[in-house]
Write a protein that binds this ligand. Structure first.
Ligand code: G3I
Length: 387
């Protein structure tokens, strides 16, 4: 089943020989035109109202981008995806390293790459308990709620304002609820999120303000809540469903709900995913799969999964995409990296890996083929999608 990377690239190059290669022609090497002729590309099989995305790093992979001579990573990234999420480049520690210092260099590299390749950008993330710089973590224990709001408002207006018009969806609030297995059970992270902590007396008020500031800074961006273990209907997504209604009742410009979909074969697949997406859509929200990967517990010393594990991984990816295709409010489907060469999983989950849709050498896995097939089949009359 394994096709060489070359075969994928040659196949697309052969298809593109009839048309400008990946859009790069001598006449316009600086700003490649875009050809959607390559039908072995996910982006070119997707319905027009569904962005197909991946996470990518500006700091590491996109800073030195030459459209006339892309790296293999950059070539696959531009060919396959219509959306890019900066994996770390727009987080607090990257863009706001000191109270009066903003640094957009690596994030700008992601946006520049996306622009050059006719891709959209998902902003990630404006309010989270992780990857905050030391000055935030250390100061947050002393802030009053008003002081915390001043800091957060400056950050949101500056960051969203910097990228105004260039971000189609923002993960405004990320992972703000604890899980059933956390101390205190499902509740807002007023323990770990520095801003929710300072405003523990009215966290919903803080969240409503955060969405309002983001909307005022960029009225065209759709503003999301985003979390893991938020795929099916469960205690956590019930809490999000209630919060979404509270925010909407307050007139907060909440626009979407994102399920990250970081899955593992150690656990089952929650088949209530589509119903969960549908209930948030029924509130008038967009929904999205924002960070899909399916990690596999590898047997001791093994680097390759069994055929059965590969088949199950393929089924899981396909089920995630199909649920999104079946809910017309699902505006984007994003994988959290497209190659095992650049996956967060092995660093965080020892003994698990093989989580993405292609190998370290960008060889497509059966999961990639399954996604491509699902997108091809999402034609009018088969799914409620516009062609
Ligand atoms: O940038 C420093 C580098 O200077 C230093 O030498 C190196 C030493 O370890 O660390 C680098 O920082 C790493 C950072 O990614 C890169 O910016 C951190 O160690 C590492 O922990 C961090 O991991 C990221 C993780 O979020 C942090 O929680 C992963 O790449 C990223 O994929 C992951 O993404 C999150 C989403 O944002 C939210 N949903 C869950 C998802 C997975 O955790």
């Amino acid at each position: 089943m394994r096709r060489s990377t070359r075969s994928l690239l040659v196949a697309t190059a052969a298809a593109a020989l009839v048309l400008p290669l990946c859009g790069v022609t001598a006449a316009n090497a600086d700003t490649p035109s875009f050809s959607n002729a390559d039908k072995s590309a996910l982006r070119n099989q997707a319905p027009v109202d569904l962005a197909i995305g991946t996470a990518a790093w500006g700091e590491q992979m996109l800073t030195d981008y030459d459209p006339a001579a892309p790296t293999e990573f950059q070539d696959v990234l531009s060919r396959q995806f219509s959306s890019v999420t900066p994996e770390n480049d727009m987080k607090w520690d990257a863009v706001h390293p000191a109270p009066d210092v903003y640094d957009f260099a690596s994030a700008d590299a992601v946006v520049a790459f996306a622009k050059a390749n006719h891709q959209k950008v998902r902003g990630h993330t404006l309010l989270w308990h992780s990857q905050n710089p030391a000055w935030v973590t250390e100061a947050s224990g002393t802030w009053t709620c008003d002081q915390a709001k001043d800091v957060l408002e400056d950050h949101i207006r500056t960051v969203v304002g910097h990228f105004k018009g260039e971000i189609y969806e923002w993960d405004v609030a990320n992972e703000i609820f604890k899980d059933t297995w956390d101390a205190g059970g499902v509740s807002l992270r007023t323990d770990r999120n520095p801003f929710l902590k300072a405003c523990a007396d009215d966290p919903v008020g803080l969240l409503a303000d955060a969405f309002t500031w983001a909307h005022e800074a960029d009225p065209d961006a759709v503003l999301f809540l985003n979390d893991y273990n938020a795929e099916g209907i469960n205690e956590k997504t019930d809490a999000y469903y209630d919060l979404a209604q509270q925010l909407l009742d307050r007139g907060a410009p909440l626009g979407g709900f994102g399920a990250q979909a970081h899955l593992s074969l150690l656990y089952g697949f929650d088949a209530s995913l589509q119903a969960n997406l549908e209930r948030f859509a029924a509130l008038g929200l967009k929904v999205a799969i924002t960070e899909a990967d399916v990690r596999i517990p590898l047997l001791d010393g093994e680097t390759e999964p069994t055929a059965e594990q590969v088949a199950t991984q393929t089924e899981r990816y396909q089920a995630l995409l199909q649920a999104c295709l079946n809910v017309t409010a699902c505006s984007s489907f994003t994988v959290w990296g497209f190659s095992d060469a650049h996956s967060w999983v092995p660093d965080v989950f020892p003994g698990e890996g093989w989580a993405t849709i292609s190998d370290e050498d960008y060889t497509p896995k059966p999961a990639f083929d399954a996604l491509l097939t699902s997108l091809k089949d999402a034609t009018p009359g088969v799914s409620p999608r516009r062609g």
